[in-house]
Design a binder for this molecule. Structure first.
Ligand code: F6R
Length: 366
């Protein structure tokens, strides 16, 4: 059942070329310039005409929502707020006409997310679901939605569900942007081709697994980790830190790289590994300066970089390369090495990666 892999988590990490492809299957055709999410059709106007999008989720699904915030705002020019479902539901939230909600959940059973949906619905919002488990409670409570087709996720730590969520949310943003005319035809085409290339690029990233395993062996006894990224990679930093915490029990924090100097920099010494997600995008130069600041304080830098990067190779102790893609799609690739890093470190520490202590696969109580 684990398909020859030692753990479900590893199997699911390695399934991502397929699960991302499955999430796009029949929905996108770059050559023909088509993209279609059938489950949204009836309510698509609500989404394209939305004055504001409120995204709800918990944990890793909330991180996928943060990526979607950047994508929707950049491409579709709709203001987005991403809320923890558990906070939203107890805050007497303001829902105006023209607001739509997107609820994200792998299991479709998370109690806080379900309660937040019911509350938003009672205030008149139209709710879209992005869920993995077909027929679960959340898809039944929403007006419309698009399933992720990641297949069953057994490992408690969410991996392939995250990349499938980001894939589907990105497709939703592209559909809206195309309809609204907020992206050019050439950018539209470019994004579709870039999306279609992602599964092979994930495979290429996975092929680096032995290098990531080696890096893991160097840092397996670390007591803390910092993860830093900017822009589209900021949510990836949060996700990398969450993965490490939950399966290896190493304390880790994710931050937007520029926030480092507002506090976390005080933690940096020769014992602090800092994982930078430093791909060649619009914040590249700024992240390079952040790496220099960490080096100056003897922090140990592991950097996820764009293939062929030479500058960071001279500065970081370790670099992990990922293929180049459109900036908005980078999280689909940059998260992969971080999943593997947390997996190998947890295994080397003797942790039960598929069933970490104190955690349940779906949180059906608040
Ligand atoms: C992290 C993880 C959790 C879930 C969260 C939401 O690896 O698995 O943080 O992401 O409990 O679960 P769903 O997506 O099922 O609503």
């Amino acid at each position: 059942e684990k398909g020859g892999y030692e753990h479900f988590m590893l199997k699911e990490i390695f399934e991502q070329p397929k699960s991302v492809k499955d999430s796009m299957r029949g929905r996108i055709n770059a050559h023909k310039g088509h993209i279609l999410l059938g489950g949204l059709r009836e309510y698509i106007n609500k989404l394209t005409q939305a004055q504001r999008i409120i995204i709800l989720g918990c944990g890793t699904s909330w991180h996928a929502g943060l990526v979607a915030e950047y994508v929707f705002e950049e491409l579709a020019r709709i203001p987005v707020e991403v809320e923890y479902a558990s906070e939203f539901r107890y805050r007497n939230p303001i829902i105006n006409e023209g607001d739509v909600v997107i609820a994200i959940s792998q299991s479709g059973e998370t109690a806080d997310t379900l309660a937040a949906i019911e509350l938003a619905k009672s205030k008149g919002a139209i709710i879209f679901g992005v869920c993995n488990v077909v027929g679960s409670s959340i898809p039944r409570a929403t007006h419309a939605g698009a399933y992720t087709h990641a297949g069953p996720e057994i490992g408690v730590a969410s991996t392939k569900a995250f990349t499938a969520q980001v894939t589907v949310l990105t497709m939703m943003a592209i559909v809206v942007a195309k309809t609204k005319g907020t992206i050019s035809d050439s950018l539209y085409r470019e994004l579709l081709y870039a999306l279609e290339a992602i599964p092979d690029q994930i495979q290429k990233t996975l092929n680096n697994h032995s290098q990531i395993k080696y890096i893991s062996s160097i840092f397996r006894d670390a007591r803390n980790f910092l993860y830093l990224g900017r822009g589209y990679n900021f949510p990836v930093a949060l996700e990398g830190a969450l993965k490490l915490k939950e399966i290896s029990y190493i304390h880790a924090e994710g931050y937007p790289a520029a926030e480092m100097k507002h506090g976390p920099i005080a933690l940096i010494d020769e014992e602090m590994p800092v994982v930078f997600i430093a791909t060649q995008d619009s914040s590249y130069e700024k992240v390079v300066s952040n790496i220099q600041e960490v080096r100056a304080r003897k922090g140990r830098v592991i950097a996820v970089v764009t293939e062929g990067d030479k500058l960071i190779k001279q500065m970081a102790e370790f670099v992990i390369e990922i293929p180049a893609t459109h900036e908005a799609l980078v999280p689909l690739l940059s998260v992969i090495p971080l999943q593997l890093l947390s997996y190998y470190i947890a295994v080397m520490r003797g942790c039960n990666v598929d069933q970490p202590r104190n955690l349940a696969k779906s949180v059906t109580v608040e």
